[in-house]
Structures are given as structure tokens and as C-alpha cells.
Design a protein around this ligand. Structure first.
Ligand code: GLN
Length: 199
């Protein structure tokens, strides 16, 4: 099976995610065709979608301007998998307490941008994640904190009592950057396990 994976590529880190998606697919004996999304029209062709980290104000502005935002919402409504990391998590939330970010309301959480303290601006920590046998090496870079969480949202991992990995239906949101290590288990969990479960 070939899975067509769209990586929203208007801004932010794209190639590391593409590599992680391919690696996760390979681990399942599958193939991933990675498509970089910069304009409307490509999302409806994708089986799974990835919203990467970057600068959420910029990503928000561009996905709305390009008409990609509505297509991402339609993808989620069709229960197709989405993995949203860091700025991507901010974008799929219901509110980021920042007028410059027009959120997509796909995950019933609110977030605070850049909320980890300055000395912990960027750090790496081993994180226990529901669904993974061993801790995941999580890299946090000016990461958002989830400050409110709706009833239908499952917490997959927490750091210092704050949720940092959550799932609601087919959408997984992470405060950290799973693409910056060569561990692709979270791309696997978000995409291939659910895709295979439906197949
Ligand atoms: N600080 C960024 C923002 O608020 C997110 C950081 C990231 O994606 N690494 O948009």
C-alpha cells in the first residue's frame, strides 16, 4: 500500500518530517509518497496530513490566505489522520490566546504559546507516551503549553503535569518535535497504525 502523506509546507520544518514519515512507513512494510502542501488543491488527495512546527502566526496567515485551512478542516471531518506538532498544535487548537493565530478548532484544547520558562525554552526529555513501549526522546523548542482540555481529548503524555501529547479522534497534537530525532514511532502511531487499522 502507498500512503499519500501531505506535509503543510508554507513555513517551518518539512524535510525532517518527510524522512520520519518514510521511515515509519518502511517499518510497516509500506511506502509513503510525501507531498509538500503550499497551495489549495493538494490536501483532498492526501490520506494523512502533517502540520509541522514553525511560527504559528505565519503558518496561520498563509494557510488561510491560500485556502488550505478549509481543506485541512474537511480532512479532519472525514476522520483522516492528522499529526500536528508544536506550531501545528497551536494551529489545530480552539484558542491560542493570540489574535494573530486564527485556529482551526480541530482539537478541543487551548494553548499558550512559548509557555515553558526561559531556561527551559528548549530542552530534551525522555517522555512516557501511551501506546509506546519505551520513552520517546522529546525535543521541546519554544513549545506551547496546553492550558485547557476538553472532555473528548485523551492525554497521551504529560511533562511537569502539563499535557504535551493529546489525541482526539484522528487528530494527534504534540507540544514537541518528534522529527528531530531518528525515532519515528509517533509518526507511525499517528499515521500507519490508524491507516492500517482501517484497512
Ligand atoms: N513558538 C512557536 C509559535 O508559537 C512554536 C515553536 C515551534 O514550532 N517550535 O508559533
Amino acid at each position: 500500500m502507498t500512503v499519500r502523506a501531505g506535509v503543510v509546507a508554507v513555513q517551518g520544518d518539512v524535510s525532517e518530517h518527510a524522512a520520519a514519515i518514510r521511515q515509519a512507513a518502511e517499518a510497516h512494510g509500506e511506502t509513503a509518497e510525501v507531498v509538500e502542501i503550499r497551495h489549495a488543491g493538494a490536501v483532498p488527495e492526501c490520506d494523512v496530513l502533517l502540520l509541522p512546527g514553525g511560527e504559528s502566526t505565519t503558518i496561520s496567515r498563509l494557510v488561510h490566505r491560500e485556502g488550505i485551512a478549509a481543506e485541512i478542516q474537511a480532512h479532519a471531518e472525514a476522520d483522516k489522520p492528522i499529526l500536528a506538532t508544536c506550531a501545528g498544535l497551536i494551529l489545530v487548537s480552539t484558542d491560542a490566546h493570540d489574535d494573530r493565530v486564527d485556529t482551526l478548532d480541530l482539537l478541543d484544547v487551548t494553548v499558550k504559546r512559548n509557555a515553558f520558562g526561559r531556561q527551559r525554552d528548549s530542552f530534551e526529555a525522555p517522555l512516557g507516551v501511551t501506546g509506546l513501549d519505551d520513552p520517546f526522546p522529546a525535543v521541546f523548542i519554544r513549545a506551547p503549553v496546553i492550558d485547557e482540555i476538553g472532555e473528548g481529548v485523551e492525554v497521551l503524555a504529560s511533562w511537569d503535569d502539563d499535557p504535551v501529547a493529546v489525541r482526539q479522534g484522528s487528530v494527534i497534537g504534540l507540544s514537541f518535535h518528534p522529527e528531530l530525532t531518528d525515532d519515528s514511532r509517533l509518526h507511525d502511531l499517528a499515521f500507519f497504525e490508524s491507516v492500517l487499522a482501517e484497512a
